[in-house]
Design a binder for this molecule. Structure first.
Ligand SMILES: Nc1nc2c(ncn2[C@@H]2O[C@H](COP(=O)(O)OP(=O)(O)OP(=O)(O)O)[C@@H](O)[C@H]2O)c(=O)[nH]1
Ligand SMILES: [Mg+2]
Length: 267
């Protein structure tokens, strides 16, 4: 049987076939622009928009984009089920089709596709690459003080509570190698909102993944409405605290087992 050879154009050197997953809910004002910008910034990658049946017609707009471009796809989902669920569906879509890496990116323009080549280059030697707002060289443009403080505070808490050596554990501009996603227990993921990013970071860290951070320029959304809500912040705080308690319980249990095993040997 003759082997199918994929054109080199659809591969990122050292990484392979890459799918950019863009979750959307009511992003009709943004979605065409972001898909076009991704395609221009990284012509080798494919794009999947995971739309939660947006009432503003985002899904139909992406249908048109997909008809015109074989590297653009749309996943229509039944209704608004949160960012985390949309990403998990996108990851499953990518894995079923043999993509080697998946990128997470917001539709609202906060994540600049021109940073994508640098993120993909870092993925050559990493399992996860985080586009970081809080690494030297990064820029955050037009964010109100309230959002800056929330992000800095949330990241500080996540870092201290979970002991992860990551500056931006809440950021949502990332590359995951599929080989890592295959190792993670994604069925155990329960986060809906922001804490999804922290939860995946924690799973990756615990799996011993090589995590790299690359500075990005992050900009406040210009069009459309934010889906950020107090509930999303409360969910993140609640879950991070729960994971921190679990981690400490596990550590105490391990310490206790080690200590009692020692006693058995030296009565
Ligand atoms: N499919 C899907 N996408 C969602 C859902 N909630 C948010 N999104 C998308 O996730 C991305 C991030 O959401 P944003 O509203 O920009 O949230 P944010 O970036 O945390 O907040 P802002 O700073 O206010 O923009 C956007 O592309 C949204 O359209 C959801 O329930 N389902
Ligand atoms: Mg946003």
């Amino acid at each position: 049987m003759q082997e199918t050879i994929r054109p080199a154009m659809t591969e990122v050197p050292g990484v392979g076939r890459v799918l950019v997953v863009i979750p959307t809910f009511n992003e009709a004002d943004n979605v065409s622009a972001i898909v076009g910008r991704v395609r221009r910034a990284a012509p080798q990658v494919e794009v999947l928009v995971a739309d939660d049946n947006s009432p503003d017609g985002t899904g139909a707009i992406v249908e048109d984009l997909a008809r015109a471009d074989a590297q653009v796809h749309v996943l229509h989902r039944e209704g608004k089920q949160g960012l985390g669920a949309a990403y998990l569906a996108g990851f499953a879509w990518a894995r079923q089709r043999g993509f080697d890496a998946v990128v997470e990116m917001d539709a609202d323009g906060s994540h600049d596709p021109r940073d994508l080549p640098a993120l993909l280059a870092a993925a050559v030697d990493a399992d996860v690459v985080i586009g970081s707002r809080w690494t030297r060289g990064a820029r955050v443009v037009n964010w109100p003080l309230r959002r800056l403080l929330l992000s800095r505070g949330g990241n500080l808490y996540a870092r201290l509570a979970l002991g992860m050596p990551v500056a931006d554990a809440t950021g949502g501009y990332r590359v995951y190698r599929s080989s890592l996603l295959d190792l993670l227990d994604l069925e155990s993921v329960s986060s809906q909102g922001y804490s999804f990013q922290v939860e995946l970071c924690r799973l990756a860290h615990r799996a011993g993944a090589r995590i790299a951070e690359v500075p990005i320029t992050f900009a406040e959304r210009e069009r459309g409405a934010s889906k950020m809500s107090p509930l999303i912040v409360v969910e993140a705080l609640w879950r991070i605290t729960g994971w921190a308690v679990d981690d400490r319980r596990t550590a105490v249990r391990r310490g206790w087992r080690a200590a009692t095993a020692g006693q058995a040997r030296w009565p």
